[in-house]
Design a binder for this molecule. Structure first.
Ligand code: CA
Length: 227
């Protein structure tokens, strides 16, 4: 996240942190370049009005560096929108200040879905408990006999979220929100119920779950098999 204004920077870091994102903040281009030397982020939130190199210049630089990084421009009222969405910058989306945090969140998720959908972050197959999740075929595979078990769309979404975030406690609300789309499962929205069902499918001993663990007061955490 690139923002030169310290208060706004901190507010946004705190908010995104609470939403279970891993966020690094930079006050400008120099700090952003330093961060990218260490690691390529999945997404960059880019303030347009920065001292020195502005957000447009940084977006172009990011785009040259990688086509996979999602870019959301954060604009002030004085920035002209057609410059922002123009192909020139290579940004995926933009949001104007002041914005509702929830709207920003929705845009972040949408850009991440697009960029990670084209390129599964964790590879096509992920071991989960006694099963293997096939991200392309959207099935659970039994590594013993190769048999496949189909998943509902929401079961798959949930397992995919876990597979993409191993060893990280994930908030129940976040899981619910992230995996609740597509199907109208009005009577089956309770996340705990779905977790119970998934545990039956992947855990060695569903009564003592080892792969999808309960994190008290937070939600659930996927722990990949050790060996
Ligand atoms: Ca600014």
């Amino acid at each position: 996240m690139v923002e030169d204004e310290a208060t706004q920077r901190q507010l946004l870091v705190d908010y995104l942190d609470k939403q279970n994102f891993r966020v690094s903040a930079a006050e400008g281009g120099v700090a952003l370049r330093r961060l990218l030397e260490r690691e390529l982020p999945a997404l960059v939130l880019l303030d347009v009005g920065l001292p020195g190199e502005d957000g447009f210049a940084l977006a172009r630089w990011l785009r040259e560096k990688s086509g996979r990084i999602g870019i959301i421009m954060v604009t002030a009222a004085s920035d002209t929108v057609d410059r922002v969405v123009g192909l020139e910058t290579g940004a995926d989306d933009y949001i104007g200040k002041p914005y509702e945090p929830r709207e920003l969140l929705a845009r972040i998720k949408s850009v991440l879905r697009r960029s990670t959908g084209a390129q599964p972050a964790s590879g096509p197959r992920v071991r989960m408990g006694r099963r293997v999740l096939d991200l392309e075929k959207r099935v659970l595979v039994d590594p013993g006999d190769g048999s496949e078990e189909t998943l509902t769309a929401s079961e798959f979404d949930l397992l995919k979220l876990f597979a993409e975030n191993p060893n990280r406690p994930l908030q129940r609300d976040w899981l619910l929100e992230s995996a609740a789309h597509r199907e109208m499962e009005a009577f089956d929205r309770a996340i705990d119920l779905r977790i119970t069902r998934l545990r039956r499918k992947i855990e060695v001993d569903p009564a003592h779950p080892d792969s999808i663990r309960t994190v008290r007061g937070v939600g659930y955490m996927f722990v990949p098999p050790k060996d």
